[in-house]
Design a protein around this ligand. Structure first.
Ligand code: 6PG
Length: 264
């Protein structure tokens, strides 16, 4: 694949600011992500008494969520100190197969030995804008209680779509230029239902962001996001100025990355 103009600069910037972990297979990538979550909770609870975490939906994290329901994560995480939010949600009932909250409930929330300190699903209603506003209020209340005027998540777990979307920030969507709202209603994606997504204001204010991406269907998007300068895809705009960004990939998702990205 020929390089875009500016891709050399993009690679250098990525090498300096992004941690890329390539695991041998999907199972190892899921476990590495669960380990990061456990470590984040441990240090946030030590420093602040609780951990604020946002998780994504889609199919990739489901194996990781199932790991969380079992040892060593089920018992080894202070779940009663964890406040769990969602990066985005499809506006369907929690019983619907497309519900991100519903999937997480089935995959791990219902089997944890201790209930999380707070579950903060996106409020689902037929009015997307009202749902987004209520979700934003909920996030604001949570951080206010911790004496913060801004949303400062300890960890935000993201996925990547083959078109370069992340959360429900789809290419070309007006929400990509949102400057004020923390959560917004959007259309698009698969399934094509109305959604609510966190905006860059929140995603780029996190202490730590981790992209979990597996499978060869994502390899071209991973390569583009980590090496190409143009066109700028939604996932490329995740750059928290005061936080870190890590990518956990399996070998197939990383298969198109150039060696130069890893060389010292
Ligand atoms: C959602 C998401 C979305 C997801 C990617 C990857 O659709 O709810 O949060 O951003 O992470 O589309 O999804 P897959 O893991 O299913 O490929």
């Amino acid at each position: 694949m020929p390089d875009d103009p500016g891709s050399g600069d993009r690679r250098e910037a990525v090498k300096k600011s992004v941690e890329i972990r390539v695991e041998p297979d999907e199972a190892a990538a899921l476990q590495a992500t669960a380990d990061v979550l456990r470590e984040t909770v441990r240090s946030a609870v030590t420093n602040a008494g609780c951990a604020s975490i946002a998780i994504s939906g889609g199919s990739t994290p489901r194996g990781m969520h199932r790991l969380l329901s079992r040892p060593p994560y089920a018992e080894g995480i202070s779940w009663d100190r964890v406040h769990l939010f969602w990066t985005d949600e499809r506006l369907v009932s929690h019983e619907h197969p497309a519900s991100n909250f519903g999937a997480a409930r089935t995959d791990f929330l219902q089997s944890l030995p201790r209930s999380p300190g707070g579950l903060h699903p996106v409020p689902v209603s037929s009015d997307g804008d009202a749902s987004a506003r209520r979700y934003e209020e909920e996030i604001r209340r949570h951080f206010h209680q911790r004496h913060l005027d801004e949303p400062v998540f300890d960890l935000i777990l993201l996925g990547l779509g083959a078109d370069g979307h992340t959360a429900s920030l789809f290419p070309g969507s007006p929400v990509l230029s949102e400057q004020r709202r923390w959560a917004a209603a959007v259309k698009g994606g698969e399934p094509d239902v109305e959604r609510v997504t966190l905006t860059y204001i929140v995603l780029n204010n996190a202490r730590r962001v981790l992209f979990l991406v597996t499978g060869d269907s994502k390899a071209a998007a991973v390569r583009h996001v980590l090496t190409d300068a143009a066109p700028v895809l939604p996932a490329q705009r995740i750059r928290p100025p005061a936080g870190s960004v890590a990518w956990v990939l399996d070998r197939t998702a990383a298969s198109l990355l150039p060696r130069s990205l890893f060389s010292v």
